[in-house]
Every structure is written in structure tokens, then in C-alpha cells.
Design a protein around this ligand. Structure first.
Ligand code: S3P
Length: 438
């Protein structure tokens, strides 16, 4: 087990950092590159355990993938749309929900037989949300009777049928699974979402030369086309940047520049919420790479204020709430979040995990069925559990910028799933922290 020990820290006054590549985009680049014709070269790939699980799964199905090299380049020798082979063993996807849900869709119509499993956390997350619509398309796919993995996928009896799917949960993983299955289906597949979620699959399909049509919250594609190998530059992950955005935003006197971060509009909730809390953050030097916007983010620390988080921002900041709750702890007044039940279904129950840890640190945090109420105050020290969730561990680490005593965070090894090098970058920003291996 790995613990983080964080001392009350004085942030560096002026720093410039960059963060590793975007997790969502790295997964998709490997998956689409694998079923494309020809070579795809991925730059600034995230070498985190989750994305390595996707690489290993594609290798197990016969795709030759070189890297990740030291410069985070990955070379995927695409086998074409129907070129995957039956894996020799169970596909082990570790902690990675994106690998499991997107692969379920990608493999549903392909014709391979595969079993998908993961670690204890992943094996307790809901999978029926992807399996039910895939069955509707004609997939031979099933999971355990409790609705969780293992997932068994077999060759469908006939080609999948296109589906016009109205999703109830705003979920980019569900949307992506159905669109990826739609590549193998007869006719048109469309997904309409209640609110637009991250659209990296849609943008990347375009980069691989696959035609799609987008109208407001609906995406349509026709099955039967092919993908052409391409070159992808992965922007810095705004979900990783979020910890340092919050760290700097809540400490007056600090200036931090985070270079080359992905600023896809469906990922901008963290900025909108922090702006509403009174943060000074500017988006500079915006440009496009592979249909994805990328920018430098400049933060000037300030005293934040509590807010009621707008429901419309929830899907746009879905992974950033652990960090946002630390901003709320530092803020004057009360922050309220409702309508965010999905947070209970992430790598851990993030409402329970954050409410428990914040309470230990002396902050009044009341968990609600679908949210939390946090009263800003003085963060003390103590021992908190990350529940094996990477984002809970990193959120409590940045609390070191506002705490008056040391914080011991237990069970932090999962940070490597999304943010290798977190501790080094945290130290660059002034966080006084160390790792204890038990
Ligand atoms: C992701 C979608 C989100 C997010 C996850 C990555 C993706 O999950 O929480 O970390 O890459 O599509 P949901 O689709 O369950 O909201």
C-alpha cells in the first residue's frame, strides 16, 4: 500500500507546469488506431495504468503496438476493422471503466469472443447501461446477474442493427460504446444525450476519416465505413490539471501557468465552476490539434466563495468534483451540489469518500443522496482514506496548500492509473509531500 504524507505547504509563487496526456483521448486513439487501416502515431500518450490496460487488451487481440516510448509516443499498426483476433485469455482492464465500456461497444459487432474483467472497484461498477442497448442492436453480450463485470462477448448471430438511442444518463462512455458498435451495424446509429458529454469519440472518428453527422445533442453515423490510420497529438488532461488549477486558484498571491491543456467545451465545467467561485483563470493561446482545442491556463490565486453548483455543469466537470470539493473547503460560505448521483458510481463512491475525509479534516461536509453541502472553513490535519481512488488521493494532497497540520492519505497507489509523475509535479508547485510505501 502506498500513502501520501502532505505537510502544510507554501505554494511556489510563480510556476509553469505541464500535465500528462488526456486519458479519454489516449484510450480512444489506441482503440481507433487498432481498427484503422495502416499506421497511427500517437504523441503525448498518457502512460497511466488505465491506458496501458487498453494497449494490452488490443495487443491480446493481435494488434502490434510499439511504445509508449520515453517521449510518450505510441505507434499502432492498425489491423483494419475486422482484423482483431480472439484474445488468448481474459482481457484484464484493471481500474479502467473507459476501457471496459468502450471495448464492450467496439467488440460487440466485431465477431471475436472475449471476456472483460477488472479490479475490485471496476467489477462493482454498473455495466448494464452499455450492455442493454448493445443487446438491442443484436449483440451477444452478457454480464453477471448483479449488472457488473465480467462481461462476455460472442460473435453476433447476424450483423448488428443500427440503433436510435436516447440516453437517460449523461455518459460519454455509454454514448461512445454505442457509436463504436454502430461502426459495425447495418444502417444508421444515433445517440441523443440529455446534455452534451465529452465528445472525444466523435472528434476522433473525424480525424480517422470516418464520416459522422452532429446536430445539437445527437450524433449519427452509418455502419460499414472504414478508418484510416493517422497522427494524433494528445493534449494535456484537464482532469489532471484540475488539481493544480484548484491548488493555485485558492491560494492568494500565487501565479501558475499550465501549458497545453485540452479545453474541449464538454470538459470546461471545472473552469466555469471555479470562475463562479471567484477564481482568476485565463485561457490563453487557444489552438486546434486533431479537432480538439488546446490552450494554456493561467491562474492567479484568490479567496474563493461558496456557490450552488449549476446542474448543467455536472457532466462537464464529472471527474473534477473531488478537487472542486477542496476548493469549497477553502471558500468563504457554503457550497452545495445536487443532482450528481453519478459521483457515487465512480472509481469509489466519491460523495462518501470526500465527505468522510473532509469531516476528518475539520470541515463540515454533509453528504446527500445526490450531492454534498460543504461549509468552507479551516482545514486541519489527520488521516484520510482515498478508498483506492486516484482522484480522491490527489484532491486530499492539494489540501496541503490550505491545511494547518499534516495530512496522511492512505491507499494512494491508484494515482498511477491516470497521473504518473503527480508527486513530482506537485512538488514543483510547492506541495511538501512524500510517498510512504507500506
Ligand atoms: C469518460 C467518461 C466519464 C468519465 C471517465 C472518462 C470517457 O465517465 O467519468 O473518467 O473517457 O468517456 P461516464 O461516461 O461514466 O460519465
Amino acid at each position: 500500500m502506498q500513502n501520501f504524507l502532505v505537510e502544510p505547504s507554501r505554494p511556489a509563487l510563480k510556476t509553469e507546469i505541464s500535465v500528462p496526456g488526456d486519458k479519454s483521448i489516449s484510450h480512444r486513439a489506441v482503440m481507433l488506431g487498432s481498427i484503422a487501416d495502416g499506421l497511427s502515431v500517437i504523441h503525448h500518450f498518457l502512460p497511466g495504468e488505465d491506458c496501458l490496460a487498453t494497449i494490452n487488451a488490443m495487443r491480446d487481440m493481435g494488434v502490434s503496438i510499439e511504445g509508449p516510448f520515453d517521449n510518450n509516443e505510441v505507434r499502432v499498426h492498425g489491423v483494419g476493422k475486422y482484423g482483431l483476433k480472439n484474445p488468448q485469455s481474459i482481457l484484464q482492464l484493471g481500474n479502467s471503466g473507459t476501457s471496459m465500456r468502450l471495448l464492450a461497444g467496439l467488440l460487440a459487432g466485431h465477431g471475436v469472443t472475449a471476456i472483460l474483467e477488472g479490479d475490485e472497484s471496476l467489477m462493482s461498477r454498473p455495466m448494464k447501461r452499455v450492455i442493454d442497448p448493445l443487446i438491442y442492436m443484436g449483440a451477444q453480450i452478457s454480464c453477471h446477474e448483479d449488472g457488473c463485470a465480467p462481461i462476455l462477448i460472442q460473435r453476433p448471430k447476424q450483423r448488428l442493427s443500427g440503433l436510435q438511442f436516447q440516453s437517460e444518463v449523461p455518459s460519454a462512455q455509454v454514448k461512445s460504446a454505442i457509436l463504436l458498435a454502430g461502426l459495425y451495424a447495418d444502417g444508421e446509429t444515433s445517440v441523443t444525450e440529455p446534455i452534451l458529454t465529452r465528445d472525444h469519440t466523435e472528434r476522433m472518428l473525424t480525424s480517422f476519416g470516418y464520416p459522422i453527422i452532429r446536430e445539437e445533442n445527437t450524433t449519427r453515423l452509418m455502419g460499414g465505413g472504414r478508418l484510416t490510420g493517422t497522427e494524433i497529438y494528445v493534449p494535456g488532461d484537464i482532469s489532471s490539471a484540475a488539481f493544480f488549477l484548484v491548488g493555485a486558484a485558492m491560494t492568494p498571491g500565487v501565479e501558475l501557468l499550465i501549458k497545453e491543456v485540452g479545453v474541449n467545451p464538454a470538459r470546461m465545467g471545472i473552469l466555469s465552476i471555479l470562475w463562479e467561485m471567484g477564481a482568476h483563470i485565463t485561457v490563453e493561446n487557444m489552438r486546434m490539434f486533431n479537432n480538439e482545442p488546446i490552450a494554456d491556463l493561467r491562474v492567479q490565486g484568490a479567496q474563493l466563495k461558496g456557490i450552488t453548483i449549476p446542474t448543467a455543469q455536472i457532466p462537464l466537470a464529472i471527474d473534477e468534483f473531488p478537487a472542486i470539493f477542496i476548493a469549497a473547503a477553502s471558500a468563504s460560505g457554503v457550497t452545495t451540489l445536487r443532482g450528481a448521483k453519478e459521483l457515487r458510481l465512480k472509481e469509489s463512491d466519491r460523495i462518501m469518500a470526500m465527505a468522510t475525509g473532509l469531516t476528518t479534516l475539520g470541515i463540515a461536509a454533509e453528504p446527500l443522496d445526490d450531492g454534498i453541502v460543504i461549509h468552507g472553513g479551516n482545514v486541519k490535519g489527520g488521516k484520510v482514506d482515498s478508498f483506492g481512488d486516484h482522484r480522491i488521493a490527489m484532491a486530499f494532497a492539494i489540501a496541503g496548500f490550505i491545511s494547518s497540520e499534516p495530512i496522511l492519505i492512505e491507499n494512494c497507489q491508484a494515482v498511477a492509473t491516470s497521473f504518473p509523475g503527480f508527486v513530482e509535479i506537485a512538488k514543483q508547485t510547492g506541495l511538501d509531500m512524500s510517498i510512504e510505501d507500506k
